[in-house]
Design a protein around this ligand. Structure first.
Ligand code: ZN
Length: 242
């Protein structure tokens, strides 16, 4: 979420496609697919098979990302992190830890501006720069792209394709970015729509969320991993399934 645009973030976050579509008109390719994993399985990160993909957006951050990594390490679970290019460049040490611990790196954009608000002609350059930063630090070229707020434009779709990224949204989320979120509410929300083969969205940074919300995410991640261990649900990065 972007605190500079509260009307936008709440509209996008609530999945109020009509409101956002009316605001951005033809530049908007689609808001609906992320809510319809049955109709758009690939776009929502749904794959045949049992494994649930665990993904984190909006990092890396020097404080909150390591806290999330500690939880994942304790449970020996790997995940996919959708990074913001400019913050990856500024937190090379955190990116290296992500890589060292076997996590998958993906692209969430150079910054967190919604694509429909960007100057035309800028997205491809920004994605290519983000891919470069991540590839240089990780030694592996990222495969996935998730646009900020899950909102795609035609330009964004073409730009992602041009730089070799496959766009993936999510099939369930924790709404962990909200100020009212608690570890219990996040767990409940994730599990409501979590199916084998689905894709979970959480946030390893509060830079676009309510301040301090990452602590809720850390606690919820711990509880979710315990739950999935208990029921024998395999969890891992997106790339382990495709
Ligand atoms: Zn985001």
């Amino acid at each position: 979420m972007n605190r500079a645009w509260p009307w936008w973030s709440s509209a996008a976050a609530a999945g109020v496609g009509g409101v956002a579509a009316a605001a951005f008109g033809p530049a908007l390719t689609s808001l609906a697919p992320r809510r319809r994993p049955a109709l758009f399985p690939r776009l929502c990160g749904v794959e045949p098979g049992a494994a649930l993909a665990l993904t984190f957006d909006d990092g890396p951050d020097g404080t909150s990302t390591p806290a999330v990594l500690d939880v994942l390490a304790r449970h020996e679970v790997r995940a996919t992190f959708f990074l913001l290019g400019r913050h990856a460049a500024a937190h090379a040490d955190v990116v290296r830890r992500l890589v060292d611990e076997g996590h998958e790196l993906a692209v969430h954009g150079w910054d967190h501006w919604a694509l429909p608000l960007k100057r035309p002609g800028t997205v491809r350059g920004e994605l290519s720069r983000s891919v470069e930063v991540i590839e240089t630090l990780a030694g592996v070229r990222p495969r996935w792209y998730r646009p900020p707020f899950g909102v795609m434009t035609t330009e964004g779709l073409l730009a992602a394709r041009a730089v070799g990224l496959d766009t993936v949204l999510w099939s369930t989320w924790g709404v962990d970015w909200a100020a009212r979120a608690t570890p219990e509410s996040v767990v409940r929300r994730v599990l409501r729509d979590a199916r084998p083969g689905g894709c979970v969205l959480l946030h390893d940074s509060d830079r676009c969320s309510a301040p301090g919300s990452w602590r809720t995410t850390v606690a919820a991640t711990e509880a979710l991993l315990r739950h999935w261990e208990g029921v024998g649900q395999p969890v891992g990065p997106l790339g382990a399934r495709r």
